[in-house]
Structures are given as C-alpha cells and as structure tokens.
Design a protein around this ligand. Structure first.
Ligand code: PHE
Length: 358
C-alpha cells in the first residue's frame, strides 16, 4: 500500500523548490504527464477491488488536484519574477539627458532652408528641385533673356566646355530655371518653392562663387500682385519672428517678371547693432514680380488664361540677417568652432507650431 500523504508531500516540496519555468515544466511532466508518477498511480486503480478503488480513488484525486494547484501557483510566481527580472535588466534611465552627447550641429544654411520650407509649406507650397548643371534654354532663354542681352553677362556665368554643336552647359546662376522645369512638367495651378545651390563667378566680402537661393512660383487663373504682397509680408514676419516689420516694394527689373519689384524690410542700426523691425533704415532681401507672359508662353501656358507671381532670395543673406552672422565667407570655411557657435541642435526641427527657432 502506497503512502499517498507522502506522495503529496514530496510532490509539493519539489514544486516549491522549482527554480525556473523550465524546471517546473519538467516536474509537471514527471508528475501529471502521460508517463508521470501520479498518472501511473491513477492507472493502478484498475487493479484494485471496488471498495479499495473508491477510497483510494478519492484520495488520489485529492492528491492530483493539490499537485495541479501547486503547479499553477508556482507558475504564476515564477512568471512574475521572470517579468521583474526582465524589467530590472532592461531598465532605461529616462532622466538621462541625451543632449550633452550630441556633437553634430545643423548648418545655418540647412536650418534656414528648413525654416523657409516650414513657413511656405504651411501656406500650401510644395518643394520642387532641379539640377545644378543647366542649359542656356532653362537658365536664360525660356526666362525671357534675349540673346546678347546684358543681363546674361551680369550673371557672371560659369560655363562648361563647348559641346560639338557649339552649345555649352552652365552652372545655374539662379534657381529660376526650376520655374521653367516645373511649368513644363505640371499644369497649373502651381504653388512651389525651390531651394538650391546657385553659382556665379564672383568672390569678395559679400559674394561666394557658390551660394543658395530659394525661389517661389505661383500660377493660377486670378493670382495677382496683391497675393504676391500678402504672401511675402506674411513670410517676412514669420521668418524674422517680428510682428512689426515694415515691408517696402520698390520697382525693379528682371527679364522674367513684369512688373518687377525688390523688397526691403525695416531695420535699425542704432548703436552699431542691426535690429530687424521698425527703424530708420531699410535692407533689401529679395526680388519678385508677376511672371512675364513670354515666360508662360515659353513654358506652354496660355497667358490669356493664367498668370502668377515669382520671387527669389538668397539663403545666406536672410540667414546672416536673422542670426547675426557677419561674414558670408565663413559659411563655407568648414570651421568646426564656427559651426558649434552658429549651428543648430538636430532635434530642434523648425515647425510653425513648435517654433522656428528655440
Ligand atoms: N532670379 C532672380 C535673381 O537671382 C531673383 C528673382 C526670382 C526675381 C524670381 C524675381 C522673380 O536675382
């Protein structure tokens, strides 16, 4: 006759001593599995007399029940401590600041482009881009520069070597050729801004042979000069983060716009420090105008049905004005100390809701 109390006691002891989930599973198989010891005892009931079977059967069921319960309870406990252990192992100290470890800085050119894109993006403009190496058609002819026109010379163009047919590629002198590429590619309405590199053979305190511009182009049926003014005034206020900044439109000339204007913003130079906003002085920041009908025609758009405006400005120039960077040439010196001083933190992405600059 087997001592069932002892069977139960031993089983419960070993369950309580199971150190981990694998050990516990092995125990479960050894006790309650097909070939388990408790299962074998149940099978032995068949060989007993009916009386014996009844009493032993009841006791055996109680043992089996107790073992099953003990296995469950131990599993719950082991599960919980496995989780605790994992939580402890994978602990992250969220109070640790990541910033002191960030060495890299966003260059003021990239920052300024991101800010301009955020502002015009909010107004519904899409970003368009074009190649740095252009041909005469896109950089000049389609933009209504007549052949031999002095404006071509004024652009101090870098030309590539002559091809067999006598034509030459060139480095684009402004982002305006992307106006042409956009109009040739997509039907109006058009609303794009075009940031990019531009090149002119010129180098002194205020000119570098490579610099950046951002161009804007809007073409629709009833777009007029009022829209141009409203759009640019809104841009200037948002970009410079000054509510009260006077904006002045001065008549000017570009072959590809008519009428054309240059835009000045108010500033003061009191005490030798430049401040954007109401003041005694003016600063020129961009060129703009209504797209010339010839340009629309050259791009396959009917000027009797469509009209629009365009503008272009120098990225370095508006970056220097906003961030008080005194020398243009330092932008391209690759001086790490300069970048640490004027650069921006990579996580401070400019948005209108989160703030352009912090
Ligand atoms: N492309 C002109 C420049 O480089 C700027 C401009 C663009 C003017 C669009 C008017 C309209 O000076």
């Amino acid at each position: 006759m087997i001592d069932l109390d002892q069977v139960r006691a031993e089983a419960l002891d070993s369950i309580a001593g199971a150190a981990n989930l694998e050990g516990l599973e092995q125990l479960r198989v050894a006790l309650l599995g097909k070939k388990g010891s408790v299962t074998a005892l149940m099978k032995s009931l068949g060989e007993m007399s009916p009386d014996e079977r009844r009493t032993t059967g009841q006791q055996l069921n109680a043992v089996k029940e107790a073992v099953a319960q003990a296995l469950d309870a131990r599993k719950t406990a082991l599960d919980a401590s496995a989780l605790d252990e994992r939580l402890a192992r994978e602990r992250v100290d969220v109070t640790l600041s990541v910033r002191p470890e960030m060495q890299g800085r966003i260059h003021p050119i990239s920052q300024t482009i991101d800010e301009v894109v955020a502002i015009f993006g909010q107004m519904g403009f899409a970003v368009a881009e074009g190649p740095d190496i252009e041909d005469d058609f896109h950089n000049f002819t389609a933009l209504n520069f007549p052949p031999e026109h002095p404006a071509r010379l004024m652009h101090d163009t870098f030309f590539l070597p002559e091809k067999e047919d006598g034509s030459r590629f060139l480095l684009r002198t402004h982002t305006s050729p992307v106006q042409v590429r956009t109009m040739l590619k997509q039907p109006p309405p058009i609303r794009v801004i075009i940031p990019g590199r531009t090149y002119r053979c010129d180098s002194d305190m205020t000119h570098t042979p490579m610099f950046h511009q951002v161009e804007g182009l809007v073409i629709d049926k009833a777009t007029n000069m009022g829209h141009l003014k409203g759009c640019l005034i809104e841009f200037v206020k948002t970009y410079f983060e000054v509510d009260d900044v006077p904006v002045r439109f001065r008549p000017s000339f570009f072959p590809f716009t008519e009428p054309s204007a240059e835009v000045d913003i108010g500033c003061s130079r009191a005490g030798g420090e430049l401040k954007i906003g109401a003041g005694a002085d003016w600063l020129e920041i961009l060129g703009c105008g209504m797209v010339h009908p010839n340009v629309l025609k050259n791009c396959g758009i009917d000027p009797d049905e469509y009209q629009g405006f365009a503008f272009g400005m120098g990225i370095e120039r508006i970056a220097m004005l906003k961030y008080g960077i005194p020398d243009l040439r330092t932008f391209f010196d690759s001086d790490l100390r300069w970048l640490r001083h004027y650069g921006f933190l990579p996580l401070d992405v400019p948005t209108l809701t989160g703030g352009l600059t912090r």
